[in-house]
Structures are given as C-alpha cells and as structure tokens.
Ligand binder design. Sequence first.
Ligand code: NAP
Length: 255
Amino acid sequence: MPHQVLILGGTTEARELAARLAGRADLAVTLSLAGRTASPVAQPVPVRTGGFGGAEGLARHLRESATALLVDATHPFAARISANAAAAAAAAGVPLLVLRRAAWQPVAGDRWTEVGSVAAAIAALGPAPRRAFVALGRQELEPLRAAPQHHYVIRSVDPVEPRLDVPDAEYILDRGPFELEREKALLAGRQIDAVVAKNSGGRAAYAKIEAARALAIPVILVRRPPAAAAAAAATVEEALAGLDHLLAAPAARGE
Ligand code: NAP
C-alpha cells in the first residue's frame, strides 16, 4: 500500500514538491488548496479544494484518509492553516513536515522599512500623497482606505471586487513569477515612490524588491507572522530529504 501524503499548498514550493513526488509508486500524494484563486495553475498530483473545518476538521480528515505524512507547504503569511496543521498533526498522531521558504534579507542598496502589519505599512507611507505600488493579496487591502491621499497601483492575481473606497487607484491583474526588467519598467513608468509588500521570500515575487533597489525606491515590507512550528525545511530539496526520514518513523507506519 502506498503511503498517503497530504501537502497543504497554494505555493510554488508545494507544486514543485508535488511534482518531485508524483512519480513515486510508494506514495499517493494529494495537494490541498484553499480555493481562493479563481483559476489556479495546473498541479502535478490530484487536488482537493476548500477548508477542512479548523484543526479538528483537518485532524478528522487525516484519520479518515489514513494519511501517513502531512506537509505544510503553505505561504509564510497563511498563519491560520499552519497553526491548524500543527494542532491536527499532533491530535491525529501524524508526522508533520513544514516547508517554509526563508525570508528575504536586506542587501546593500535596499531601502526597507519593516513593519508588523499592512495597516502599519500604510501608516508608514506618511501624511503626504505618495505613488505607492501595492503588492498584497486582494483580501488584505482594507487598511488602504485609512489613507485615501495616496495614488495606489494595486496588483493582484484575481480582481479586487468590489473596488476599494479610495479616490485614486489603478488595478493591475497579474500572476508571478515576475521578471526584473518588467518590474523596473512598471515602477519607473508609473513614477512609483514607495513599494508596499510582504516579506514572502522565494524567487517568484523578488523582482519587485530588486527593481526597487535598482531605482532607489523605498520598500515598506510587512514582516512575517510568527511560525506555528519550527520549519524543518526551507527548500524543496530539504523537504525531500526530510520526507523519507519521517515516513520511516513508527508514527507514519501507524505503530
Ligand atoms: P489562512 O488565513 O492561514 O487560512 C484560512 C483558512 O483557509 C484555514 O483555516 C483553512 O480553512 C483554509 N485553508 C488555507 N490554506 C488551505 C489549504 N492549503 N488547503 C485547505 N484549506 C486551506 O490562509 P490564507 O492566508 O487565506 O491563504 C490561503 C491559501 O493561499 C493558502 O493555501 C496559502 O498557501 C495560499 N497563499 C497565501 C498567501 C498569503 O499571503 N496569505 C500568498 C500566496 C498564497 P479551515 O479552517 O476550514 O480548514
């Protein structure tokens, strides 16, 4: 019988890990998505979509599906599902592997202000009108309403509906990975003087940070929420190494 592996995804790393495991006869891998994105990219393994009903629901799912290993490869800012994964794995006695990419670190030339929330990021733009490029999830934009004096250029994967209650906003629909020259052209072309983003880490969204550095534009960066469990792996390669180790442990074999 193949080992059932459940990957909580919604990230590039989850898709890459699933692709690396897809061909293995000893594993039956399922990828779980929250269902936030209207047209998610194709995945290399079977997908299930939608919430489980909290930590209890996830624990029940782990038991009922006889999952041998749970992989939390969700986004570093998806704090609730990560907390649920840690609690559910403990409750169901299923080993948990956390794959969380490292945070970006400032390098010479970066002009970062690091803050604890989106609201703090918008406050950090200050009272005078700015031209801010906003790269946040469409569900995170509410705090912009508190600072209607700025011109916002808002980029999201799915449309922001309804539009924000701010007088001066432009909406761009696009999905990463993003490329440096295009990001530079976007920032320069719109005369952006501040970038508001989350410290997501990884390559796919890093070009805007590099573009801001090249153009000496300040970046207001939202720090990550604290991690629910210590990350065991920062890369897909590290996760692959940890996975076989965990599957060989008694808990994964139901002992
Ligand atoms: P969240 O606040 O941590 O989770 C909210 C609820 O959504 C969870 O309690 C769970 O519902 C459900 N959920 C989240 N991820 C799920 C998954 N992979 N499979 C099944 N259910 C899931 O999450 P979020 O920040 O809204 O992010 C949602 C998804 O988008 C995550 O999968 C994440 O990897 C991805 N994503 C997030 C961000 C970000 O910045 N937050 C960026 C890129 C991608 P129940 O309690 O009912 O189980």
